[in-house]
Write a protein that binds this ligand. Sequence first.
Ligand code: AMP
Ligand code: ZN
Length: 115
Amino acid sequence: MGCLFCNIIKGEVPSTKIYENERTYAFEDINPLAPVHILVISKTHIKNIDELEESNASVMADLFLAVREVARIKGIDADGYRVIINNGAAGGQVIWHLHVHVLGGLPDLGPMLAL
Ligand code: AMP
Ligand code: ZN
């Protein structure tokens, strides 16, 4: 089966690239929940936060620096935006490759949680 997001990084599954550097890749979410909805992933496969340790923790800095670039590229940096990581089943994670959602493009994104 393999990992969908690893296959996107390899170019074996198509995606709309927004930003890329040596260690990260950012692309349009296929099912956008806001006018701007970008996913930022590490080129290193890490399942989620549970797999972070001292030796790979720099991945988080790489991801958030890429988030900043994405926000600039999409023009939502000045107004503000929301950053979400769904971690584990109860957190709503369905793709088991650590990723950051970047959501914006509205004057107000509404309540943090809609339970
Ligand atoms: P999560 O629930 O945090 O695991 O989020 C997975 C996200 O991946 C969802 O927002 C999906 O819409 C998105 N997604 C699934 N498949 C693709 C794909 N092929 N290209 C882009 N985004 C995808
Ligand atoms: Zn992967």
